[in-house]
Design a binder for this molecule. Structure first.
Ligand code: B12
Ligand code: SF4
Length: 462
């Protein structure tokens, strides 16, 4: 059996003209994990394609094609699925968008995998081999990642030269919180799934690299598990980067353990500098933390901060952009990142905005966190789009980079490389607001927003 696994391109993440340069691109763990789960008895040959680094060929030497789908890549995934199905290949779709929108996805595939696929994907392949493929496979009700016999990701199947790093690991999945805009609780629920710590340590030890990335959504979601993991990381003497909530601020002991375990950078979902907007996002727990203090504390422990903010929450007004940039500079955030609030389908935010008649387009291609796809409350669509792009540019001007890194007093060479990667991103975002990836016709409500000069109008992809 020949299997091709594909991560399709999106507007921003794509080969040729994409905005994720090698300095920001780490090897996708989804495809290497799926490749490892292919049962040995099928003696299958597998090839992986990440369209962030190469376009997938029109004609594939494969019996079965598996595509991983997030909302922003759904359109491309469905196009590829149609093309390969027309050639007589069997197409399987899975991933966050399929899990959120199974009825839609099923129309484009021979089979779909809903939820986590550690059990269902091997079963699907066995069924396919026996000519008994079912249209849909679901995550088992008692799903668990606590299985010491799980295969390690097949990282060797990609060309390592194409990525900043191949050392991408995962200890847990899902998150205990329920922020209104987040895909995770809607797609996978709030129970955190945890791999055995010994298994994770063995995975890292075998791979043998000293700098790693954890893609877990919230490594400290379960403090006891986190403690165990961090303690066992210490003897490995590695440096790692990962994601956490700001709630780490309330557990000084855990924070110090994070540092001792080799953490050199944390992505924190700060979301907004506006307390009322925090309420809008249903991420009230962020309000219990003094952002500047936690950033300073992390810097003192030698940990860089990637601070993520979202623009367009209901209490955001046009002054939010300057206020956020100022905060990022003042707090010395090593790597600030901004996103436009995106009502991903299947999330409570999407339902609410839909009920309020504020969803402007269902062109999923534009659901990439950098386009305005809904009617904001405190500003116009244009103001949000322009303000967001301006914030990126401001915070990645050379003097701003220097100021942030100087304030951080925690200089690491990687911080400069990543800042250069995001500087490129900031200065090229405008290219993605053109007719290359156009918005569908706008409903009347948007037509009433102020008309801007022609060059600025492009920003809404109108
Ligand atoms: C690493 C990561 C990235 C990396 C690398 C992406 C990549 N190519 O791997 C980078 C930084 C590039 C990235 C960028 C973006 N990302 Co991202 N990313 C992630 C993250 C943190 C981990 C993904 C991962 O490796 N998981 C581990 C693997 C093993 O799990 P998995 O992918 O879920 O796969 C399992 C199942 O879903 C299933 N499955 C998945 N695909 C398939 C396919 C088949 C055929 C089958 C059978 C099963 C199956 O089987 C697997 C095993 O159980 C996830 C959050 C998360 N933890 O899931 C967000 C996430 C996928 N990203 C998200 C978003 C929004 C983005 C961006 C748009 C953000 C932005 N504005 O820049 C961009 C768009 C990139 C693009 N492709 O166009 C969202 C997607 C939401 C949505 N509905 O679209 C997520 C879910 C985060 C979130 N909470 O919102 N991302
Ligand atoms: S804390 Fe982060 S991962 Fe968890 S639900 Fe909120 S946004 Fe999602």
């Amino acid at each position: 059996m020949k299997i091709a696994l594909i991560s399709p391109k999106g507007p921003l993440y794509r080969h040729r003209g994409g905005i994720f340069k090698k300095s920001l691109r780490y090897q996708p763990l989804t495809l290497t994990t799926l490749a490892a789960l292919i049962p040995d008895e099928l003696s299958a040959q597998v090839k992986l394609y990440d369209e962030g680094i190469e376009l997938v060929p029109d004609s594939l030497d494969a019996d079965l094609v598996g595509l991983t789908v997030i909302t922003g890549t759904a359109k491309r995934a469905y196009e590829l699925a149609a093309m390969y199905r027309a050639q007589g290949k069997t197409v399987v779709l899975g991933g966050p968008h399929v899990t959120l929108m199974p009825q839609e996805a099923t129309q484009h595939a021979d089979a779909i995998c809903v939820g986590y696929a550690e059990d269902s994907w091997p079963q699907l392949l066995r069924d396919f081999a026996h000519g008994n493929l079912q249209p849909a496979y679901y995550q088992e009700p008692g799903f668990s990642l606590d299985r010491p016999d799980m295969p390690f990701a097949r990282r060797d199947l990609f060309d390592k030269g194409q990525f900043l790093t191949q050392a991408v690991f995962e200890a847990t999945r899902s998150c205990a919180h329920d922020c209104e805009f987040c895909v995770a609780p809607s797609a996978w629920g709030r129970k955190q799934y945890q791999k055995p710590v010994e298994w994770v340590i063995e995975d890292i030890r075998r791979f043998g690299q000293k700098k790693l990335i954890f893609v877990d959504l919230n490594l400290i979601s379960d403090a006891n598990y986190a403690r165990e993991l961090f303690t066992q990381l210490i003897p490995l003497n590695v440096q790692w980067f990962g994601l956490s909530t700001v709630l780490l601020a309330h557990d000084r002991e855990l924070m110090e353990l994070v540092a001792r375990s080799g953490c050199k950078g944390l992505l924190l979902g700060l979301e907004t500098v506006n307390q009322k907007s925090l309420h809008d996002a249903k991420k009230r727990f962020n309000g219990s933390v003094d952002f500047k203090q936690v950033i300073t504390d992390l810097h003192h422990l030698g940990i860089s901060v990637q601070g993520c903010f979202v623009f367009g929450l209901d209490h955001d007004t046009p002054d939010v952009f300057d206020a956020t940039v100022e905060f990022a500079l003042d707090a010395g955030i090593d790597l600030p990142r901004f996103a436009v609030l995106t009502p991903f389908p299947g999330t409570p935010l999407h339902h609410r905005l839909d009920q309020e008649g504020r969803i402007l387009t269902r062109d999923w291609e534009l659901y990439d966190g950098q386009h305005v796809v809904f009617q904001p409350k405190g500003m116009s669509v244009q103001e949000l789009a322009i303000g967001h792009e301006r914030a990126w540019k401001e915070v990645y001007r050379w003097p701003a980079i220097m100021k942030r890194l100087w304030r951080a007093r925690n200089f690491q060479p990687l911080a400069l490389t990543a800042n250069m990667g995001y500087r490129f991103y900031a200065h090229n975002l405008h290219r993605f607001y053109t007719c290359d990836w156009p918005l569908q016709a706008m409903p009347p409500r948007v037509a009433s927003v102020p008309i801007l000069p022609a060059d600025k109008n492009k920003i809404v992809c109108g």
